[in-house]
Write a protein that binds this ligand. Structure first.
Ligand code: BES
Ligand code: ZN
Ligand code: ZN
Length: 479
């Protein structure tokens, strides 16, 4: 729990220091010798006064602090250090951050404090501890606004934590049916209407991509639809489409053993969609979104796709499958065509751990964006500036489109050796029926083997949740 209070007399509390503060006389000499306010440096200071005892965690902010990521990191440092000492109630004096950044810092501090406590689930499962974190040092006239910011941010980060949990779960603990079940459970007490379509229904509907990939496993595919319609004055509906491959072995184009460890995280896009929709619903944002999550496994079985096969997708378009490891785009193609044809959505955002190429290009802290709509990208950019996630838009030209033309089918699922992220995006665009469309490739950012930022932990990051939330909440005119 995160609260706002003006009382600063907690047994344990955290205090931020810039380098310039640390060498001013504020701190005892002995402490100045070991704590210089360097960014993310920490030091506990014990204050034993008569009748009362308290300890202060000093947290360094470096020379200056300007960026949201740094604030989130500093806040995460506070909660993770407190957690390491099993301190479950503590104050956090944010007055220095408030004075250098303004009220918006409350959002980032809330994010950082919550994420700094994150740990992946263990087996056998244990309960997660509750923490009582109190923000102090906010001027009285601003406390109400600060409280609203905390209230808005908590469900967003619960969405991030859900996404992290799903991605971190081992493949054998999260079959397609389990993933659908977890989403249903997570959204149970919200205004989101959840519908699932089973393997039989998907076959009948002609979902050729999802059926032919899903057939590769004894654990059948399922299609999850999340309807959150909360703006009757507006006819626009945004489709949020997330790849939900609970295990991607590559199929017959089998991944090498060294690339297999991350295969359980191939549903990060689907998890991000569910997390973002949860936050929109909890905050009662006035908007219309429908989430579509095709969930399946990509394995080897007698009936699995083989390189060279041709399938017919939901749209009627035929696809030459040249690589069975490029399965994400096959299931997303069906999904987007379905969203456009049957649910009358007016724009499409899709998010997927789609290509290794994006990792080569942008690494683990920047996700790739492919879109042909400047307007949609501008909206998304405004949203990710609020969340502090990093994205980079890739170019799209006719020569890229040519790379996925097939001689024997309408399109092929693999381009040439280079620009794999762009051709993967353009493959998906071919099924968006001309609607404004924006594709996010989080193959690099959904997972970190070693954390890049202090609010991450090894494994899933929950990439995309916050930016998608802000995109959709701004549409509702909230900001
Ligand atoms: N899920 C993978 C992409 C991926 C790679 C995610 C690394 C996370 C980390 C996707 O299904 C895939 O295997 N894509 C292929 C496409 C290629 C065969 C055209 C790839 O990127 O190698
Ligand atoms: Zn694959
Ligand atoms: Zn995949």
């Amino acid at each position: 729990m995160i609260r706002i209070d003006n009382d600063n007399s907690y047994e344990y509390s955290a205090e931020f220091f810039f380098e310039k503060d640390a060498d001013r006389q504020e701190l005892p000499d002995t402490v100045q010798k070991i704590f210089d306010g360097g960014f993310l440096k920490t030091q506990f200071l014990y204050l034993g006064k008569e009748g009362s005892q308290s300890s202060i965690l000093l947290v360094g902010l470096g020379k200056d602090i300007t960026d949201k990521i740094e604030i989130k990191e500093a806040a995460a440092k506070v909660s993770s250090v407190m957690k390491s000492y099993k301190i479950k109630q503590f104050g956090v004096n944010i007055s220095k951050l408030y004075h250098s950044i303004g009220l918006e810092c409350v959002r980032d501090i809330t994010e950082g404090l919550m994420l700094g406590l994150y740990e992946e689930r263990k087996f056998p499962e244990t309960e997660r501890d509750e923490y009582d974190m109190i923000l102090t040092g906010i001027p009285e006239g601003k406390r109400k606004e600060a409280k609203l910011l905390v209230q808005e941010t908590v469900p967003v980060i619960e969405g991030v934590i859900f996404a992290r949990d799903m991605v971190n779960l081992p493949g054998n603990k999260l079959r397609p049916e389990d993933f659908a079940g977890e989403i249903i459970k997570f959204l149970r007490n919200t205004k989101v209407m959840v519908e699932t379509l089973d393997f039989g229904q998907l076959k009948e509907m002609g979902m050729g991509g999802l059926v032919s990939v899903g057939e590769s496993s004894e654990f059948p595919p399922v299609f999850v639809i999340l309807r959150y319609i909360n703006n009757p004055d507006c006819k626009d509906i945004t489709a949020l489409v997330g790849k939900g491959v609970t295990c991607d072995t590559g199929g017959y184009c089998l991944k090498p053993a060294g690339s297999m460890l991350g295969i359980k995280g191939d549903m990060a896009g689907g998890a991000a969609v569910a997390g973002a929709i949860y936050a929109l619903a909890q905050n009662q944002v006035k908007t219309n979104v429908i989430g579509f999550i095709p969930v399946c496994e990509n394995r080897i079985s007698p009936g699995s796709l083989l390189p060279g096969d041709v399938i017919t997708s939901y749209s009627g378009k035929t696809i030459e499958v040249l690589n069975t490891d490029a399965e994400g785009r096959l299931i997303l193609a069906d999904t987007i065509a379905y969203a456009a044809a049957k649910e009358h959505v007016t724009k499409v955002l899709d998010i997927a751990t789609l290509t290794g190429a994006v990792v080569n290009m942008l690494g683990f802290s920047v996700a790739g964006v492919v879109t042909d709509s400047q307007e949609f990208f501008d909206e998304f950019r405004a949203a990710y500036h609020i969340s502090g996630e990093r994205y980079w838009r890739l170019p799209v030209y006719p020569e890229h489109e040519k790379m996925i033309q097939s001689k024997i089918a309408d399109i092929k699922n693999m381009g040439e050796k280079y620009c794999g992220t762009i051709t993967a995006g353009l493959f998906i665009k071919a099924f968006a029926e001309g609607l404004p469309w924006l594709h996010i490739d989080i193959a690099g950012t959904a997972w970190v083997d070693s954390p890049i930022f202090a609010y991450q932990s090894k494994g899933a990051t929950g990439a995309g949740v916050t930016s998608i939330y802000h995109l959709c909440s701004r549409e509702g005119g909230e900001y």
